[in-house]
Ligand binder design. Structure first.
Ligand code: FAD
Ligand code: NA0
Length: 456
């Protein structure tokens, strides 16, 4: 009987899995029966964002945490597919930090070229999974959100590709209940225009705090205070931005910080990260992990230790994104089809433990980039995924982090060279700080919004 593969989620990771099978098919391999279930009405995952907050039109939790005016926070050269370059997609060089819609277009472009959309059932949410040890089959219950009908499907292999930046971690702070202004989590942030002239408090010290904070600055917020639990980001912030240690409590509009300082705020944005949540999986198959580069219990970061018919894609914290999901999908494909033979449980555990030990010793962002580069190298070496110069990409990550240290408002105006095509990015017509229109049309066709450019 043909192998039956179920994929849950058609974000970049699920799309990578579809593409991995398509690549094998194009090379003449027989491929499994594939079904992919996506709860939204289009693919793209986080990149297919919504204006809605809370629940979607079907009463399901809104998946995407992305927002208006979101521009890539890493160089596009670090995430470029090695089998589908930006040059191929856009037909001309573009800048290194495009806005969301442009990257969404790019990831769609590759899969639209191959005939894989037919495998995806849209508006279909995974509700429940069971595994039969005797038959080694998964039974997956899926609800069609348009008809509210449930169906069950049986698979030999199951791929979990539902992302882990969607279900917010929401800590409690004494007195926050009676804070008179707006309190929201980064997941529900949709744009900073309404923060014009406001005094804002961001709790958290990672990408969301940095980006929502600087976006609010760009949109004219009066002040931004970033409150960290462990380590300040310590960028060279604009004059209206400060970092404070953790909030101890609120009294009315006043936040009190652990260094004894305090401040009055109009709004609080909890940039406190996300939870791994897989409500459609039984607990014994469900990954429990903080947001780290190497979650435990996944061999090669992909294969579930106690049940090697189960695969997770994109479960790591991410320096690399699209190309890493590819490498994982290619690896998962080859394990599923028997091209790669897995070592014993004990051998796999030894490999996982070695990575966990190395992870525990990581000291800084450069070391983290090296770590994920080496992880990716191991995956790519194991399959026929088209190799690319990983050391060069790792250096791009380090340059990018250095640029952020020297100019947190200007790093997106820097240019990087593609390791896939050798093409140098072109300067965007508008500096990020002045770019108030994030549409693909404006991005590709201008005119500039820089005041000194001579254009409006
Ligand atoms: P997701 O993109 O989260 O896709 C998961 C898919 O699964 C979704 O389509 C969802 O609808 C579907 N799904 C969920 N539950 C179910 C279910 N029960 N049944 C069926 N379908 C389901 N990366 C970058 O490279 N550059 C950036 O600039 C960048 N910016 C980011 C900004 C934000 C605010 C966030 C949160 C993330 C950002 N990322 C960025 C990282 C981003 O997570 C990855 O680029 C990528 O989207 C991860 O892909 P994924 O497929 O693993 O998960
Ligand atoms: P993210 O920043 O949303 O990025 C996700 C942060 O939350 C850490 O600083 C952590 O502090 C803090 N935190 C957690 N619990 C806390 C508590 N109880 N009190 C105070 N602080 C708390 O989440 P994380 O996990 O990175 O940080 C959590 C993803 O979204 C990233 O992959 C990022 O790339 C992406 N993103 C991208 C963009 C753009 O591209 C914008 C936003 C987000 P501590 O103490 O644990 O360090 C533009």
């Amino acid at each position: 009987m043909t192998l039956r593969v179920g994929i849950i989620g058609a974000g970049p990771s699920g799309m990578a899995q579809l593409r991995a099978f398509e690549s094998a098919r194009q090379k003449g391999a027989d491929i499994p029966d594939i079904m992919c279930f996506e709860k939204q009405d289009d693919w793209g995952g986080q990149w297919n964002n919504s204006w809605r907050i809370g629940l979607d039109a079907h009463g399901e939790p809104v998946h995407s945490s992305m927002y208006r005016h979101l521009w890539s926070n890493g160089p596009k050269e670090c995430l470029e597919f090695s089998d589908y370059s930006f040059d191929e997609h856009f037909g001309r060089p573009i800048s290194s930090f495009p806005p969301r819609e442009v990257l969404f277009d790019y990831i769609k472009g590759r899969v639209e070229k191959s005939d894989v959309r037919k495998y995806v059932r849209f508006n279909s949410v995974a509700r429940h999974t069971s595994y039969n040890e005797a038959t080694q089959e998964f039974t997956l219950t899926v609800e069609d959100l348009k008809t509210n009908k449930t169906e069950t499907h049986v698979f030999d292999k199951l791929v979990v590709a539902t992302g882990h930046f969607s279900v917010p971690s929401v800590p409690e702070f004494k007195g926050i209940k009676t804070f008179p202004g707006e309190v929201l989590h980064a997941h529900d942030f949709r744009g900073a225009e309404r923060f014009y002239g406001k005094n804002l408090l961001m709790i958290g010290s990672s990408y969301s705090a940095e980006d929502i904070g600087m976006q609010s600055h760009k949109m004219g917020a009066a002040s931004i205070t970033l409150s960290y639990r462990t380590t300040p980001m310590a960028y060279d912030w604009p004059a209206n931005t400060v970092e404070r240690p953790l909030v101890t409590h609120f009294s009315g509009p006043t936040a009190h910080f652990s260094d004894g300082t305090q401040g009055d705020f109009d709004a609080v944005v909890l940039c406190t990260g996300y939870q791994h949540k897989y409500p459609y999986l039984p607990s014994e198959l469900s990954l429990k992990s903080p947001n780290v580069l190497y979650p435990g219990n996944l061999y090669k970061g992909v294969v579930w230790q106690q049940n090697t018919n189960l695969f997770y894609l994109g479960a790591q914290d991410q320096y690399y994104t699209f190309n890493m999901f590819d490498a994982q999908a290619w690896f998962a494909r080859d394990v599923m089809t028997g091209v790669i033979e897995l070592p014993s449980l004990a051998e796999r555990q030894k490999n996982i433990d070695a990575w966990l030990e190395r992870q525990a010793a990581l000291t800084d962002h450069d070391a983290e980039a090296d770590f994920q580069t080496d992880y990716l190298r191991e995956l790519i070496d194991a399959t026929d995924y088209p190799p690319f110069d990983l050391d060069a990409v790792c250096q791009l990550f380090k340059d990018w982090m250095h640029h952020k240290e020297t100019d947190i408002l200007g790093y997106r105006d820097m240019l990087h060279r593609s390791v896939v095509t050798g093409t140098m990015a072109t300067r965007h017509h508008t500096r990020w700080l002045n770019a108030m229109d994030d549409s693909m049309d404006r991005y590709l066709n201008g005119p500039s919004q820089d005041v000194d450019s001579g254009s409006p």
